[in-house]
Design a protein around this ligand. Structure first.
Ligand SMILES: Cc1cc2nc3c(=O)[nH]c(=O)nc-3n(C[C@H](O)[C@H](O)[C@H](O)COP(=O)(O)O)c2cc1C
Length: 177
């Protein structure tokens, strides 16, 4: 089964990316094919709310956002990873997730399957729980129909390499797919 993995940090090989790679390895060890996207490499136009997708037609923007949102719709699993920027996911990730509106409103395709989330931040672990809980519900459960597999919340960063137990946790969550 295909899983799409979204890397929401602009910093490659840094905290979020390293944890995501470990979760991907866990999923691969369980026989899954994982397609990873570093969102900052993509050209994704922000949704302009024109409503064309509500009639079942494709988004007016024929860009990487269209390609990746269709890929997500076809996949059976999704991994979403992001650093916390000013209390929320990065802007790059939000812009891409907003484009999933084009799928949630299309009567011919839908978003479902399993989703795992990774959040990295400087604050203490649990500090962003209320934001994380909200994100689990909306968009992933309310607007989409994902089963939340697990959430990896990694605080006190720094450098995640100082928390080797988090790599093991990421791998184990990946194996749950
Ligand atoms: C623009 C910006 C805003 C940030 N805002 C927060 C924040 O609100 N809370 C927090 O704990 N950390 C914040 N951070 C720190 C990052 O979440 C943290 O360094 C994270 O591990 C970065 O992930 P990365 O190494 O994968 O890029 C911010 C960093 C940046 C660059």
């Amino acid at each position: 089964m295909d899983i799409v993995a979204l890397m929401g940090s602009p910093r490659k090989h840094a905290n979020t990316d390293m944890l995501l790679d470990e979760m991907i390895k866990g999923a691969q060890s369980n026989g899954h094919n994982v397609i990873k996207h570093c969102i900052s490499d993509l050209e994704v136009h922000p949704c302009r709310g024109c409503g064309v997708c509500v009639s079942g037609r494709d988004c007016v923007f024929d860009d990487d956002g269209l390609k990746v949102t269709h890929e997500i719709a076809e996949a059976e699993g999704l991994i979403v990873s992001t650093p916390i920027y000013f209390g929320q996911m990065t802007g790059d990730l939000k812009v891409l997730l907003d484009r999933l509106f084009g799928i949630t409103n299309n009567p011919f395709i839908s978003l479902s399957g399993k989703v795992a989330l990774i959040f990295t931040h400087l604050g203490p672990e649990g500090y962003y729980d209320s934001y994380i809980e909200l994100t689990k519900i909306q968009p992933f459960q309310m607007n989409m129909h994902y089963q939340i597999l697990d959430v990896l919340d990694v605080g006190n960063l720094g450098d995640v390499r100082n928390q080797p137990e988090k790599f093991a946790e990421a791998f184990e969550i990946g194996k749950k797919f």
